[in-house]
Design a protein around this ligand. Structure first.
Ligand code: GLY
Length: 253
């Protein structure tokens, strides 16, 4: 799938107040801004026109815009984020997507985080996690089925979101952590399996033929190089401290 647009959001100064399970310490705002700017430039290098939204006061996780929506070729599904402090992020994302797609809303008691949704061509893997429940997954599944897409629910046993562990790195190839190496839900896809020490590198982004991966994972890089695609490495240390990574920093469509 070729993407033409991305929506991103600059972090607030208080990004350290966001939700995290990490023990890596608080993020540095200035460093995070530098990393964010490098990320926007990488998306531009992949041919995307990038919208950068203003920081959203009072929402220290709001730069993880991917959790607030799922954008398909047909519609934009605005989520009901599973974490209470993040629910107020969605109106501004809906407004940003309004010019591009018909908007559909996930309704409570359904909850859904976009980080749990992996779209591969016209199939959706929807992670069931602490953030995404069965009702939320079903609402998204029903919405995309209406446009001829298919979907599979997949239980997320580790990491914040499904895409903390599994991402597409080609039209028929997934990059996965070891627990998903033989997962039956992913049958039919080639799988590149990450070593246990490099799990964070599972959050690699495939955009218009490029692979954007976090720096510092040489074993995963070697495995990805076998695909013969250009690789862009980005330092995401400050977002990692807040359980974030490359996929959740943008909506691509
Ligand atoms: N800090 C990202 C999240 O917990 O949603």
């Amino acid at each position: 799938m070729t993407f033409t647009h991305a929506i991103t959001r600059r972090p607030v100064k208080e990004l350290a107040a966001g939700i995290t399970t990490s023990i890596l310490g608080p993020p540095d705002y200035i460093k995070a801004l530098d990393q964010f700017n490098a990320y926007v430039n990488a998306l531009k290098q992949c041919g995307l026109s990038v919208t950068v939204l203003d920081p959203l006061d009072g929402y220290p996780d709001a730069h993880f815009v991917e959790d607030a929506a799922v954008v398909t070729p047909d519609i934009a599904v605005i989520t009901n984020p599973g974490a209470a402090p993040r629910k107020g992020e969605v109106p501004s994302i809906a407004a940003a997507l309004q010019p591009f797609r018909k908007i559909v809303w996930v309704q409570p008691p359904g909850t859904l985080d976009g980080g749990d949704v992996l779209m591969v061509d016209r199939h959706f893997f929807i992670g069931l996690s602490d953030r995404t429940n069965e009702q939320g997954a079903r609402q998204l599944g029903d919405a995309v089925t209406g446009f001829g897409c298919t979907w599979t629910p997949v239980r997320v046993a580790a990491g914040l979101h499904f895409k903390s562990s599994v991402n597409a790195v080609g039209s028929d190839t997934l990059l996965t952590t070891q627990p998903f190496a033989d997962h039956p839900a992913l049958a039919g896809f080639h799988r590149i399996v990450i070593s246990a020490q490099e799990e964070y590198a599972g959050n690699t982004l495939w955009v218009n033929g490029h692979l954007i991966m976090p720096t510092g994972f040489p074993d995963t890089r070697k495995k990805l190089e076998t695909l013969g695609r250009p690789i862009i490495e980005l330092d995401t240390s400050e977002f990692r401290k807040m359980d974030g990574g490359l996929t959740c920093l943008s909506l691509r469509f």
